[in-house]
Write a protein that binds this ligand. Structure first.
Ligand code: GAR
Length: 189
């Protein structure tokens, strides 16, 4: 059984997609949902899939408590699905090439601190970029800078508003993220 753990800070639509996808497949399970946000919609999503949630503080993230907790879930992959805090170095070190993130833009464009969610889509739209998209990448100790696993693009020219860009990008995320997770889990020795 391959164990997946998710980190999410917000609404949790990616978390939901991932739980639905692996709920229909043998040999995988989402073992836990980790969040920094007690009000995250992702918690209700986890409840509805009988996945336990762990809510943690910034202190726990940085003082080793979270690493100890994560180890108890024996993850084969750690997936950041809309997680908005910087991910701690001790967990990255413990799980090399097993922590991945999804970013709602074509990195290295629109990455770094403060570049998340609608901030990204507003900037893309204001700059009248031709394309935007998604980047799924390994997580290293710098924001949005780990090796790219997959990028997919949408045409921004056809979008009338940042909200429209957001919708198109999110639907790309839902389409590709679960499959990439599955592929990475199967690549493992
Ligand atoms: C997603 O668009 C994801 O790419 C983004 O947060 C959203 C979460 O949506 N992540 C980042 O911006 C990370 N820098 P969701 O809660 O509906 O899955």
């Amino acid at each position: 059984m391959k164990n997946i753990i998710l980190f999410a800070s917000g609404g949790g639509s990616n978390a939901q997609r991932i739980m639905e996808y692996f709920g229909q497949r043998d040999g995988y399970r989402v073992r836990g949902l980790f969040t920094n946000n007690p009000n995250a919609g992702a918690i209700a999503v986890a409840d509805s899939h009988d996945v336990p949630s762990v809510i943690f503080t910034r202190e726990e993230l940085n003082d080793g408590t979270l690493l100890r907790e994560v180890k108890q879930y024996d993850p084969h992959i750690i997936v950041l699905a809309g997680f908005l805090w910087k991910f701690p170095a001790d967990i990255i070190k413990e799980y090399p090439h097993k922590v991945i993130n999804i970013h709602p833009a074509l990195l290295p464009n629109y990455g770094g601190k403060g570049m998340y969610g609608m901030n990204v889509h507003r900037a893309v739209h204001e700059n009248k970029d031709k394309e935007s998209g998604i980047t799924i990448h390994y997580v290293n100790e710098h924001y949005d800078e780990g090796n790219v696993i997959l990028q997919k693009a949408i045409a921004v020219e056809e979008c009338l508003s940042p909200e429209e860009v957001a919708l198109k990008v999110l639907s790309l995320e839902h389409e590709h993220f679960p499959e990439v997770i599955e592929q990475l889990l199967n690549k493992e020795v």
